[in-house]
Design a protein around this ligand. Sequence first.
Ligand code: ATP
Ligand code: MG
Ligand code: FE
Length: 342
Amino acid sequence: MNVLGIETSCDETGVAVYATDAGLRAHALYSQVALHAEYGGVVPELASRDHVRKLLPLIRQTLGEAGLRVEDLDGVAYTAGPGLVGALLVGAGVARALAWALQVPAIGVHHMEGHLLAPLLEDPALRPPFVALLVSGGHTQLVAVEAIGRYRLLGETLDDAAGEAFDKTAKLMGLPYPGGPQLAALAEQGRPGAFRFARPMTDRPGLDFSFSGLKTQVLLAWQGSDQGEQTRADIARAFEEAVVETLAIKCERALEATGHDTLIVAGGVGANRRLRAALEAMTARRGARVRFPRPAFCTDNGAMIAFAGALRLAAGLHDDAAVRVHARWDMAGLPEVRGGRG
Ligand code: ATP
Ligand code: MG
Ligand code: FE
């Protein structure tokens, strides 16, 4: 079964084809980062319009790279939420129209399930149960995954998401938008121990997170410093270490609490090198294991949507013909995927 995947939940247009027998056949991504840079953040209306401009050319390009004609598609998967409603509607509308014209089933995919399943796209032998750490621009969650589609929230952020904290911290030290990856790059030049910030909420039991206070600590340290290049790198390093250690502590607790020995990590912050190393070390020490997607599949992409949709379509799940999207959407309400993998 050849499934076309379409991602348009925010500022990335992602398209891919996943074949249930042959795996990922092609994927393409167009990022709107340059478009939104001068505003310092994503402008929803501009994002929607740019998806309109880019989606059909990207679908043609992806099909071409896969060596497929549009008639070779057996199903269409699209991100139906959570995300920006106007942006989501572009992908949903195109996906629905295509499925209707081809008379094939289509399914609305939960964007965070897409992120969560990305490590399985990379390693077909991975199976639940496991603990998932979702660390993206809008979410920081620990989820117990008993089966594909059966998700139990263990803990989440009470304020900023980890990616959001990276982006806001970068901004307050004057780094250009989007700052998260740049802050991480700068941290490589930082000297260990030059600054130290708190590990929020690790001093009490529980699996929730809070990152907004860290931002304030960084602001005070930055304002009270010489604001030189080395200082900025030193602060970036201390900030990154605080976030990474906090995430690692909570991941270990989640493994402990569930008794699972596999941790999977997904979402943009999963691309962070120090986080990857810290979680490798923590799981190795416990005799457990951790799996990540390649960095390009940590951030938004069409491949994860094609894959998540293909698992559901192959199990006989699909949606009716209405174009429906959700700005907010609880992953715990998703139906379990039975009969497929997992
Ligand atoms: P959501 O998936 O919650 O809707 P999103 O789609 O915007 O949010 P992603 O695309 O998964 O989020 O990830 C983007 C986030 O990841 C940004 O906040 C970005 O700063 C962060 N990020 C990307 N690379 C790195 C890195 N190397 N280190 C730290 N953060 C990073
Ligand atoms: Mg993005
Ligand atoms: Fe995302």
